[in-house]
Design a protein around this ligand. Structure first.
Ligand code: ARG
Length: 461
């Protein structure tokens, strides 16, 4: 090969290092090398299948591409920023290895459809990894829920103690969110894993290309419908980033719960040392830094989503170099999300629960107040009156520093003569939770049903 850029058509001279540094993408898009080489091999096979190149030429291209792959994987491949991006780097080396036939590979193809193909395959692969990591996390949450099916704690609204729930119910709420995230990714993958190769630069190709065979070769779900759409859209990246943002939002809420629960004010959990950090000045501190960082890193992933949305909003059709900005955002979001999911699974497997603290919070929070009102209502008191009477009981318990269940029966009967001995049963936290067997409720049967359903979905999904 002669010197100069591989892509030098008219712009044959005059590259300056600063601009090269500014425009290059090979320093980060090289991670797409497997997808790029797989795509090129499929393209070569398709060209031969259509008689555009010979079978023998396709064979040499494919062997050459495999040799390049070997060089990259063994670390001897010499990446060169002067060649701008990974596509050019790989094509240059291929041509060095196989000679002039290497120059035929780009027949009927443009980097515009090539980069879209590579990135679609890459994003789809990573979405698959995210799904696996999510499923591992869901599995941990179900295990922990099963382990603590009988442990009760206050459920909160407005961060005020509301009604007793099982810890399992609380953990399973997150399992449901993360399982939904896997479904969302599977649905998005149908659109991500669509083959754009054959769109060429923007208008299609005069060669009799066969995009369907390329798609089948690469195990993709379908092919593009319109060549201009194929090279210019990045909604597949945006959809993946949106899914990633939702996962991070769920992780951030889980983190927030852990941060609250580990605070001495709650004391519901203990975090293993590996997930906490001491303060450099306050000896008593054990800070939930891992959970805080997970909450904080949520912002990076939202940032990637908004960054790319902003990149896209004013682009005229079709390909514009701005689109190259999709990759670093995605790579950063991917790194953040993948690491966060693994850390979350480890942390949730090891978090220790503190039943006494949960019990104390149940009493302090008067979370059986609704049950007292319901008891009176069942005895014939109109609910609004029952609600007021239960409020009186709460005032008294607060004054005495006890739970509603600790109030003397005499006092309760002074509120309403309808109250009898069986109010103890009504006020028991266990009974309060056990009564809530409506579908999806916190009752033990409902929780067991949820566990069974979630496990089944994990196994089949
Ligand atoms: N590095 C480019 C990107 O990521 C590849 C496509 C370049 N195409 C072009 N016509 N300059 O978008």
């Amino acid at each position: 090969m002669g010197g100069g850029k591989l892509s030098s058509g008219r712009a044959s001279q005059g590259s300056i290092p600063l601009v090269e540094e500014f425009t290059q993408s090979v320093s980060y898009d090289r991670v797409l090398y497997r997808q790029d080489i797989a795509g090129s091999k499929a393209h070569a096979r398709m060209l031969a299948g259509r008689g555009i190149i010979s079978g023998e030429e396709a064979g040499r291209l494919i062997r050459g591409l495999d040799a390049v792959l070997g060089e990259i994987e063994s670390g001897v491949f010499a990446w060169n920023t002067a060649d701008e991006d990974l596509h050019m780097n790989i094509e240059r080396r291929l041509t060095e290895l196989v000679g002039d036939v290497g120059k035929k590979l780009h027949t009927g193809r443009s980097r515009n459809d090539q980069v879209s193909l590579d990135f679609r395959l890459y994003v789809s692969d990573r979405a698959g990894v995210w799904r696996d990591l999510l499923r591992a996390l869901v599995s941990v949450l179900i295990d922990r829920a099963e382990e603590h099916a009988d442990l009760l704690m206050p459920g909160f609204t407005h961060l005020q103690p509301a009604q007793p729930v099982s810890l399992a119910q609380h953990l399973l709420a997150y399992a449901c969110m993360f399982l939904r995230d896997t479904e969302r990714l599977s649905e998005a993958d149908r659109r991500i894993r669509v083959c754009p190769l054959g769109a060429a630069a923007l208008a299609g190709s005069p060669f009799p290309l066969d995009p369907h065979s390329v798609a089948a070769d690469l195990n993709m779900h379908g092919v593009f419908r319109n060549s201009m759409d194929a090279v210019s859209d990045r909604d597949f990246v945006l959809e993946a980033l949106f899914c990633a943002s939702l996962v991070m939002m769920h992780l951030s809420r889980l983190s927030e719960d852990l941060i609250l629960w580990v605070s001495p004010a709650f004391g519901f959990i203990r975090l293993p040392d590996a997930y906490s950090t001491g303060s450099s000045i306050m000896p008593q501190k054990r800070n939930p830094d891992t959970a805080e960082l997970m909450r904080g890193k949520c912002g990076r992933v939202y940032g990637a989503l908004f960054s790319l949305l902003t990149v896209m909003k004013g682009l005229p059709m079709t390909y514009n170099r701005d689109l190259q900005e999709d990759k670093e955002q995605f790579l950063d979001a991917d790194r953040t999300l993948s690491l966060s999911l693994r850390v979350a699974a480890g942390m949730m497997a090891e978090v220790g629960f503190v039943p006494e603290k949960m019990r104390a919070a149940l009493r302090r929070g008067f979370v059986n107040a609704t049950d007292l009102a319901d008891y009176l209502t069942a005895g014939g008191v109109p609910f609004r009156d029952a609600y007021r009477m239960a409020g009186k009981a709460v005032d008294e318990a607060e004054k005495r520093g006890c739970g509603l269940e600790d109030l003397p029966l005499d006092f309760l009967r002074s509120i309403s003569p309808l109250i009898a001995d069986d109010v103890r049963d009504a006020l028991s936290y266990e009974r309060a939770a056990a009564r809530r067997e409506s579908p999806g409720g916190t009752g033990p049967l409902s929780v067991q049903r949820q566990i069974a359903d979630l496990r089944r979905e994990l196994a089949t999904g």
